[in-house]
Design a protein around this ligand. Structure first.
Ligand SMILES: C[S@@+](CC[C@H](N)C(=O)[O-])C[C@H]1O[C@@H](n2cnc3c(N)ncnc32)[C@H](O)[C@@H]1O
Length: 246
């Protein structure tokens, strides 16, 4: 199990407790671990300087928030976001929260499910920093993280959402993930989500408008199920499914 080197920081101890992460006294000689440094949580690998941090305030996410194309961004179009029509979205495979952040930036209220304690801790830390920054606080206020396995959560919840968004790891790393060292580290940590097919039907039962599945452009359909419509892209495709009325 991945441990957390908290360096005594209260925020790190709180994350370790919330996500049941074992605390480390020193960096391990090999393997991955979480480390609290520079007032943020990072995923590290022994002997490697690369860090994976969820950052909604600066860097790529900030650039995308300012210049990414607003409602014209592929994920916003696929989900069906429109000016002045706020939707509730369940992102059942939240990962590093990039898609969820785009959707929340465009007015959606997003509930994020993440089952990996390491990914959930990184995400919780990124959301806390977004909530503390004036430029992103109102967006973070529309994002709620739940640490749970969506396979169980979807079948038990009484909640309904306009849209359920699914983006499970695809077993073959796509070209973009391969080209970025930090994304590759995250992908190796999570693995391939081989049980992802089971998400589609329960998602269709709690979605009021549609289920959107993000896939690499050449990947087969989730659960071998033909979408009702799709949004093709250069490297990524969004398959959309209508709700199941039961
Ligand atoms: C490809 S990543 C999602 C990336 C995300 N869309 C983003 O923009 O950062 C897939 C994530 O879904 C999570 N996941 C896969 N199956 C899940 C499940 N059944 N319940 C909760 N999380 C799941 C994985 O742990 C992984 O973090």
């Amino acid at each position: 199990m991945t441990g957390l080197l908290g360096n005594g920081a209260p925020a790190a101890l709180a994350l370790a407790e919330r996500f049941a992460l074992p605390l480390l006294d020193a960096a391990p000689a090999e393997g991955r671990y979480l480390i609290w440094e520079n007032d943020q949580l990072a995923l590290a690998e022994a002997g490697d300087k690369t860090r994976v941090v969820v950052d909604f305030v600066a860097g790529a996410q900030a650039h995308r928030r300012k210049f990414g194309g607003g409602l014209g961004q592929p994920v916003a179009r696929a989900v069906g976001l429109k000016q002045g029509v706020p939707l509730s979205v369940l992102d059942a495979t939240a990962g590093q929260g990039r898609d969820a952040f785009v959707l929340a930036s465009q007015g959606a209220t997003v509930t994020l499910l993440e089952r990996s304690p390491v990914a959930a801790a990184l995400l919780a830390d990124g959301l806390a920093r977004a909530a503390a920054d004036a430029a992103t606080a109102s967006i973070a206020a529309r994002m709620q993280l739940i640490h749970a396995d969506a396979l169980a959560w979807l079948t038990q919840t009484e909640q309904r959402f306009d849209v359920v968004f699914l983006d499970p790891m695809f077993p073959e790393p796509n070209k973009r993930a391969k080209s970025k060292k930090d994304m590759a580290a995250f992908q190796t940590l999570i693995g391939g989500d081989p049980d992802a097919d089971g998400l589609l039907e329960p998602a269709r039962r709690i979605a009021g408008k549609r289920v959107v599945v993000k896939r690499p452009r050449i990947a087969p359909w989730l659960a071998a199920t033909r979408p009702d419509f799709d949004y093709p892209g250069e490297s990524t495709r969004f398959d959309a499914y209508l709700p199941r009325k039961s």
